[in-house]
Design a protein around this ligand. Sequence first.
Ligand code: FAD
Ligand code: SF4
Ligand code: SF4
Length: 418
Amino acid sequence: MANIETQSILVVGSGMSGLSAAIEAAEAGYDTIIVEKNPYLGGRVAQLHHYFPKLCSPYCGLEINFKRIKQNPRIRFFTMAEVTGISGEEGNFNATIRLNPRYVNEKCTCCGKCAEACSMEIDDAFNYGMKKVKAAYLPHDMAFPMRYVLDPALVKSGEAQKVKEACPYDAIDLTMAPKTADLKVGAVIWATGWKPYDAKKLETYGFGTYPDVITNVMMERLASWTGPTQGKIIRLSDGKAPESVAFVQCAGSRDQNHLPFCSGICCLASMKEATYVREQYPDAAIYIFFIDIRATDRLEDFYTKVKKDEKIHFFKGKVAKITQDKGKLILRVEDTTKEALNEIAVDMVVLATGMQPNTSENPVPTQVPYDDYGFIASQHAKPGIYAAGCTRTPTGVSESVQDGTAAALKGIQSITRR
Ligand SMILES: Cc1cc2nc3c(=O)[nH]c(=O)nc-3n(C[C@H](O)[C@H](O)[C@H](O)COP(=O)(O)OP(=O)(O)OC[C@H]3O[C@@H](n4cnc5c(N)ncnc54)[C@H](O)[C@@H]3O)c2cc1C
Ligand code: SF4
Ligand code: SF4
């Protein structure tokens, strides 16, 4: 009889692709273990305001998935954890996991008393640094698991004891330390997804210098009621409502100096974000500066719908430079349909930065093939190890769900064919 442990599937990353893989495999009767680096599950979509094309909240889908996890004893998960080593072979892998301390145990009721007692503040990572949070914090309002975290800097500080004593439930444990654990599993699904390309590298666009030049992922948080402005889209420099907003497509993508590939979703993401602006500002002028619009298959309909808005100007030309003058941002761009150089002044710029695979910086800790950009080159990375979602290619949510489901089947086959 097969060893029960090697009948398990290890899923690394809990975005839509990893969640789908883990839940589908568990609901088919297989034990799964999720290892997630963040203190919460859900991946990047937890930070989105709406999904294209239906413009619904990602939280509906995420909540359903979290419920499925809570109801299924076959799924175990570790947050604040990473896989540091994988050895063995299909059907019989050894995986080493590093578990970083949260300093808060399962007795936490989210009463918030620790945050009240804490004066230290840190950048709010969930909101891309657009606001500060206390160093004793809930990662975000809808976090699963719903449990506070203490920043390591707070734990090392003189304030730590006072914060611990403020907890009425004895949920803070300052002695927690990093741990390692070894797991035996039969298959591995790698689903560590993407990160936004670093807009500071796009030197001519002034991100980091001009506060009103933001990125598309920041716009998702600005539009969200759980975001830094409770959903109000405003200029970060002066808090004013923008009368004009420009979306700069291919900001880093399709560029040999940055990400040479097309990130696939950022045309649609900008159109979606244009609808956020329109909802709040019926008269705002919106520009979308593009090389060409990538909206494939059924998503073409969404493009057609957005194009009907006469105050959304689709402008064919790649923005060369952004400067600032008297509070306005000036975009220098050639209109490639007329071969004319334009200077267009707006109140706010959103850079449609692309998706960089996390594997380009944190590869799988065993030999697997990558493409030229750091994506895992194939769904079958090697026997028993499968890649799913944006770790494999830049893609949207529904494709990530399909990919995760497909990887679950391959993982099950790796176990059952032993
Ligand atoms: C601005 C913007 C808007 C978008 N809007 C939409 C939309 O409206 N509709 C749509 O369909 N798609 C949208 N997308 C695309 C969508 O975000 C992706 O399809 C989705 O995030 C892919 O999920 P994933 O699971 O592959 O990766 P991710 O969401 O990136 O999840 C990966 C998970 O792995 C974890 N992880 C990373 N490294 C490690 C590690 N070493 N160990 C353990 N865990 C790790 C991460 O913390 C994360 O939880 C948008 C993208 C952008 C940039
Ligand atoms: S750690 Fe304690 S004080 Fe902080 S939120 Fe949880 S229960 Fe409340
Ligand atoms: S999806 Fe659009 S904005 Fe994104 S890289 Fe491709 S063409 Fe450029």
